[in-house]
Structures are given as structure tokens and as C-alpha cells.
Ligand binder design. Structure first.
Ligand SMILES: Cc1ncc(COP(=O)(O)O)c(C=O)c1O
Length: 332
């Protein structure tokens, strides 16, 4: 169907390629064809899935007179890094509220936050968890008191505005499927704040993409993501009352969080190294490595039997690899 998209700022290098992974298919496919949608190639430092969401969020900020972007996340948040760089590209100030004590070394995304000139405040985990909304309110008031206007972007840019980025990605996937001869596919993505999964799930429904969308949760659990994806879709419907009404079915592959958010097992590090060698595709230990591990395990258990094609959406995260270099001490 014809969708009326809100305005966006062109920030992402799209369309990203859909690549067939012959050797990975041989290694883990159990007869399926494995593909990768290279959303890690949406840019260089400004790369990964967050850029697609930020195209819409940044346009909203510019169109509504905001001069500052505020957002939050972990110390190595890809979303915060992407927001910092978007702000620098567009001449907007960026203020990041990060979860955890300020690190002594500047590494990975945290280094890029600083290079991009963002104001960075780190809060102890407990304070962050308990007081995040109050902190945002306090800072928003601070900016308003100085005649400034700060837009609060939710964790991961995941809400009814950010999801447009992955609705639009489904248009690309429809073209990818046509040129690759894919008639039906399972689509697997990492889920952290739910917006990517929500956008893909919505987009597949709206555009009749012949795909079943699965999120591999890298934190929390299945119920959390069923609710979160549902909430993002409901928010999208509220903001876009002219769009068709339907209920989506969020599908979650739970069981791959391991020891917790940001903590990958030796098997995940080994898998990252293997895929790097096999295909020249590099995953990260926080999101895509766990999601890929989940996909491989579910293939082996027969979850996707009966469907030839499986598309892994590579959502980026490369800079999160470097602070976790220790994890590779036995593999490289
Ligand atoms: C590299 C990477 N992949 C996947 C995700 C998950 O996307 P979402 O937050 O939209 O669920 C994130 C962020 O959370 C990310 O940084």
C-alpha cells in the first residue's frame, strides 16, 4: 500500500545491500539459504540501525524548533553515539545521560560520543534506573530556563516516530527479495529497545512483505518485548490515525541473553570470529553476535523448517567490539 511517510533527513547510506552468505549457509544453514541485510553499512561512524530511526527523529526536531537532542543508554550505547554524530552533522547540541560510572578509558562508542562534542553525564546504575525520567525533566527544565529547547529521544530511538525507519527498510527488503528470488523468508534481528523489531513487524504487515519477523532479545525476556513492540506499534497508530488498524504479532526468540545485557559467552565470541573469517562480516558481542547465535541455534532445532530463506538483519554495533577485546583472547 501507499504509505505517507513523515519528513526525514537523509543521514543513512541506503539502500543497504542484501548479501548471500554461501559459506555460512553451508556451515549453519541446515539446507536453508542464509542472507544478511547489511544495515551495518548505513554509514561509517554513523552506522547501524539507529541511523534509520534518527532520520525521522532529527527531521522532527528540526521542524519543531528544537536546538538540542537529549537521549540515554548504556556507556557503550550505539544509539547515543549515533545521536551524538547526527547532532554534530546537523548543528544541534547533544546531551547524553549514560548508565554507569564514568569509565577511566575512552573507548568504542564512548570515545566517539566525546569526539562528536556531546555533553556526557554518567549516572550510577541505581540512580539511572530509578530517576531517569526525573533527570530528563530536570535537564529539560535547565535548557528551557536558558531559552533552549531540548527534545528527549527515548532509549534506542524506539517509539512511534523512530519505527518509520524500519517500515521504510521493508520497502528496500521487498526490492531485495525480488532481485534475489526470495519468495518467503524468516527475518531475524537483535532486539534491545524493540523499535527495529516493531518497525520490521509493522512494515512487513503494511507492505505485505512475505516475511516472518523474529526478534532475538539481548536483555529482558519474551513478555517484555511482546509488550514493548506492541507499545511502539500502538504509539505509531496513535500518531498516524489515518493508517490502517490491525494488531501485530511480535515474535521473540528468547533464551540467548546469557549472563545478562552486554555479557557474551565464549561461544558467542567464537561465533563472531568464525563468521568474520568465513564471510568478512563482523558482528558485536552485545547485540548482533547474540542474535546470530540465537538464529543458528533455532535453525538447528528446526524452527524455520519449510522455508528456504532466512535473512539476518545486521544492525551494526562494531564499536562495541573494541571495549570487549578481552573476549577474543582464545580465538584470535
Ligand atoms: C547494534 C545494535 N543492534 C541492535 C539493536 C537493537 O535495536 P532496537 O533497540 O531497535 O531493539 C541495537 C540497540 O539497541 C544496537 O545498537
Amino acid at each position: 500500500m501507499e504509505l505517507t511517510y513523515p519528513r526525514k533527513v537523509d543521514l543513512a547510506c541506503t539502500p543497504t545491500p542484501l548479501q548471500y552468505m554461501a559459506r555460512a549457509s553451508h556451515q549453519w544453514g541446515c539446507g536453508h539459504r542464509l542472507w544478511v541485510k547489511r544495515d551495518d553499512l548505513t554509514g561509517s561512524v554513523l552506522s547501524g540501525n539507529k541511523v534509520r530511526k534518527l532520520e525521522y527523529i532529527a527531521a522532527y526536531a528540526l521542524d519543531n524548533g528544537y536546538d538540542t537532542l537529549m537521549t540515554c543508554g548504556g556507556l557503550q550505547s550505539n544509539h547515543c553515539r549515533a545521536t551524538a554524530l547526527v547532532g554534530a552533522q546537523l548543528g544541534l547540541d547533544v546531551h547524553l545521560l549514560l548508565r554507569g560510572d564514568a569509565p577511566t578509558d575512552h573507548d568504542g562508542n564512548y570515545l566517539l560520543d566525546q569526539l562528536a562534542g556531546a555533553t556526557v553525564d554518567c549516572y550510577p546504575v541505581r540512580q539511572y534506573v530509578e530517576d531517569l525520567e526525573a533527570l530528563f525533566e530536570q535537564w529539560r527544565g535547565h535548557y528551557a530556563g536558558n531559552n533552549r529547547k531540548a527534545l528527549v529521544i527515548p532509549t534506542g530511538g524506539s517509539d512511534g516516530l523512530g519505527v518509520w525507519g524500519y517500515i521504510e527498510a521493508c520497502e528496500e527488503l521487498a526490492a531485495d527479495f525480488a532481485s534475489a528470488g526470495i519468495e518467503q523468508a524468516h527475518l531475524v534481528t537483535a532486539s534491545g529497545s524493540g523499535g527495529t523489531q516493531a518497525g520490521l513487524t509493522l512494515g512487513a504487515e503494511l507492505l505485505n512483505l512475505p516475511a516472518t519477523v523474529w526478534g532475538v532479545n539481548v536483555c529482558d525476556d519474551e513478555q517484555y518485548f511482546v509488550n514493548k513492540v506492541g507499545a511502539d506499534v500502538a504509539d505509531w497508530q496513535l500518531r498516524n490515525p489515518g493508517m490502517p488498524r490491525f494488531t501485530v504479532t511480535p515474535r521473540v526468540l528468547d533464551g540467548y541473553v546469557g549472563a545478562g545485557y552486554g555479557k557474551a559467552s565464549p561461544a558467542v565470541f567464537e561465533l563472531i570470529a568464525q563468521l568474520s573469517r568465513l564471510e568478512g562480516v563482523v558482528l558485536d558481542p552485545v547485540y548482533t553476535g547474540k542474535a546470530f547465535a540465537g538464529m543458528v541455534a533455532e535453525i538447528a532445532s528446526g524452527r524455520f523448517d519449510g522455508c528456504r530463506d532466512i535473512v539476518f538483519v545486521h544492525t551494526g554495533g562494531i564499536f562495541g567490539l573494541f571495549p570487549q577485546r578481552e573476549g577474543f583472547r582464545h580465538t584470535v
